[in-house]
Design a binder for this molecule. Structure first.
Ligand SMILES: NC(=O)c1ccc[n+]([C@@H]2O[C@H](COP(=O)([O-])OP(=O)(O)OC[C@H]3O[C@@H](n4cnc5c(N)ncnc54)[C@H](O)[C@@H]3O)[C@@H](O)[C@H]2O)c1
Ligand SMILES: CC(C)[C@H](C(=O)O)[C@@H](O)C(=O)O
Ligand SMILES: [Mg+2]
Length: 339
């Protein structure tokens, strides 16, 4: 197994070190190539993602990424030209983000809810494509557009993946999350696609919720969700809230998947580079560690993946919520538990 590692910026570097510590403990001998990509390289050389590096990365079995983004670089530069470029060039159309409340974990909710759902966030389209522009910049008459791109091909493939996943789950429920009451063109395509694909999955129950109402339901009745399918931007927002209700963004893992395996899939925590806590050993590496579990599952190493999940589950159940431990301490605990 050959793994490309992009620690990136801020806490991305810290949590990736712990994720690799756990990987080495559970599956020794994985070949890793680390890539110096992110703010430091950009400041030093002006480079963001050279084509030669992208070409090399394509040759790996998977990519493990920490986080991208730094206050020293204007917003969007690294996020677009590094992180999103990787997702787009590698055609990671399923951005898979599980939301699970583990036993013993403190949630801002009342705490007795069962939360166990997965978000299928479309990863290559929506308002993320850069389709837009600015007219009359800097004048009182400036016009800025950011067009949401939704193709029948792109919507259908992620919807189909979400239904297939629901079919294999106990509750077999897919909820389309959108804003069809306002975004009638894109929403219409999503709804028609869900209706058409649903006909092929008669034992899957189908639901629709407007995204604003989902912000309510996630806080009041998160147990109603099983598989959520949604576009790139709504999925981004829904999954930060999902992370918060499951005990914090430091626990939320994700996978950017190309299901046909034409390219390496990329595994990363949902959170960002967290400049507010970077360099202080405060970041929880659990999301990065669980992202390694998602990666191992994807690569067919089910046993190793299950060992990581079990170690995290046990660690979370026995943590003192006031003093969970620092980044390194948590990483060392989890590495010990899986070895
Ligand atoms: N996938 C990515 O690489 C990714 C994801 C989100 C944001 N970003 C980028 O990261 C930078 C910071 O963005 P932001 O502040 O909006 O989001 P963020 O996720 O970095 O941080 C949001 C809040 O969550 C906390 N937090 C995040 N990860 C944590 C962890 N592991 N343990 C404990 N607390 C944690 C932070 O301290 C902060 O208070 C920006 O440049 C943004 O574009 C990158
Ligand atoms: C940094 C940004 C481009 C990214 C996104 O919006 O997808 C992040 O918020 C995420 O959730 O991975
Ligand atoms: Mg996000």
């Amino acid at each position: 197994m050959k793994l490309g590692v992009i620690p990136g910026d801020g806490i991305g570097v810290e949590v990736t070190a712990e994720a690799l510590r756990v990987l080495d403990a559970v599956l020794p001998g994985v070949e890793k190539v680390e890539y110096d990509l992110g703010a430091a390289r950009y400041r030093r050389t002006g480079e963001i993602l050279p084509d030669s590096v992208l070409h090399e990365i394509r040759g790996h079995d998977a990519i493990l990424l920490g986080a991208i983004g730094d206050p020293s670089v204007p917003p969007g530069v690294l996020e677009r030209d590094l992180l999103l470029r990787l997702r787009f060039e590698l055609d990671h159309y399923v951005n898979l983000r599980p939301a699970k409340l583990y036993p013993g974990v403190r949630t801002p909710l009342s705490g007795d809810q069962e939360i166990d759902f997965v978000v299928y966030r479309e990863g290559t389209e929506g308002p993320y494509t850069g389709n837009g522009g600015v007219l009359r910049r800097g004048t009182p008459h400036e016009v800025a557009t950011e067009v949401s791109v939704n193709t029948a091909f792109g919507v259908e493939r992620v919807v189909r993946a979400a239904f297939a996943r629901a079919q294999s789950r106990e509750r077999k429920r897919v909820t389309l999350v959108h804003k069809t009451n306002v975004l009638k063109h894109a929403g219409g395509l999503w709804q028609r696609t869900v209706d058409a694909v649903a006909a092929e999955f008669p034992d899957v129950t189908v639901d629709y919720h407007h995204v604003d109402a989902v912000m309510i339901h996630l806080v009041t009745h998160p147990e109603r969700y099983d598989v959520i399918v949604t576009d790139n931007l709504f999925g981004d927002i829904v999954t930060d809230l999902a992370g918060a209700i499951c005990g914090g963004i430091g626990l939320a893992a994700s996978a950017n998947v190309n299901p046909e395996r034409l390219t390496p899939s990329m595994f990363e925590p949902v959170h960002g580079s967290a400049p507010d806590i970077a360099g202080q050993d405060k970041a929880d590496p659990t999301a990065a560690v669980l992202s390694v579990a998602l990666m191992l599952e994807h690569l067919g190493e089910q046993q190793a993946a299950q060992r990581i999940e079990a170690a995290v589950r046990a660690d979370l159940a026995s943590r003192d919520p006031e003093r969970p431990g620092g980044t390194r301490e948590i990483g060392e605990r989890l590495a010990r538990a899986v070895s």
